[in-house]
Design a protein around this ligand. Structure first.
Ligand code: 18C
Length: 258
């Protein structure tokens, strides 16, 4: 069986697909551009009523209450500033499959279904069950990208990871007792550097990372709104705090990855 509950098995992704232009390439590019543009909008702009629901130090989490066919799909937008790490580092640890079990606490199983290219993978994830709801799973492509700042060559460069639900013939999602989740997630990271005045080399004390995390998750099947919103409220702050602490810890004795 492919399900190894909770075990951190070493991940050996399948080899890169040999096609010149994979059928997902155009979709990936379009969704990434759209998600990055949306993530760059502040929570005050657009007049769309983001409401603050969690706050901890520099971290702020906002949501908009939204339902589709009676199901809660509240969009989430979180902003955070973390000292001592770069946007490249944050995106590297979020994207790479070998670290996922270290920081993703809701995971029961994860595997790479397909390697589209070095920067685009397709994942299958089975998440822990919340009693009494059905267990959830998800298939999504994940893309990591560096966005050079074209307005200001010395300005901050931006890194992003976008995850978007997709279909895969080996994981049909309509069989068995799991319910398929649909998600769109965008992690956008900007490195801020305060160069030391004495011309000394840049150290981790001189850098910080401005993080924006946006997510829309459709639970795929009915779940009580109050339970769902309670899960959101508990899990999203837990994720962002734990994940950023993980990146700080992984990066601290390594050279800065700009
Ligand atoms: O972005 C994040 N992680 C990425 C890499 O894994 C990727 C995947 C996101 C998966 C999100 C869906 C998670 C479903 C979890 C279900 C059970 C969790 C609780 C378990 C407690 C024991 O993009 C970071 C994601 C941070 C996760 C936040 C939680 C979101 C909750 C969404 C609820 C979905 C429906 C749950 C159905 C049960 C309702 C009673």
């Amino acid at each position: 069986g492919r399900i190894l509950s909770g075990m951190a098995v070493p991940v050996t992704p399948p080899p890169t697909s040999p096609m010149v232009q994979h059928h997902l390439t155009a979709e990936v590019d379009a969704v990434v551009k759209q998600q990055v543009a949306m993530a760059r909008l502040g929570v005050g702009e657009c007049g769309t009523g983001w409401q603050l629901f969690a706050e901890d130090g520099e971290m702020r989490m906002y949501r908009r209450e939204q339902e589709v066919d009676g199901m809660v799909v509240d969009p989430l937008k979180a902003v955070h500033t973390v000292k001592g790490i770069t946007g490249h580092e944050v995106c590297h640890y979020f994207f790479s499959p070998q670290y996922r079990y270290d920081w993703e606490t809701t995971l029961e199983h994860m595997n790479v279904v397909e390697t589209i290219s070095e920067d685009t993978l397709v994942f299958y994830q089975l998440h822990k069950r919340i009693w009494p709801a059905s267990q959830r799973d998800v298939v999504f492509w994940s893309h990591i990208r560096h966005l050079p700042n074209d307005q200001d060559r010395d300005g901050p460069h931006i890194w992003t990871v976008v995850n978007q639900s997709t279909e895969h013939p080996e994981y049909p999602g309509c069989s068995g007792k799991t319910v398929r989740i649909y998600l769109t997630v965008c992690l956008l990271c900007q490195t801020i550097v305060n160069p030391p005045k004495d011309g000394a080399p840049i150290s981790r004390n001189d850098i910080s990372c401005k993080i924006t995390y946006c997510s829309v998750v459709n639970p795929g099947g009915w779940a009580p709104a109050s339970v769902l919103r309670a899960v959101y409220k508990r899990e999203y702050p837990k994720f962002l705090k734990r994940f950023t602490a993980y990146v700080i810890n992984q990066s601290k004795n390594k050279p800065i990855m700009f």
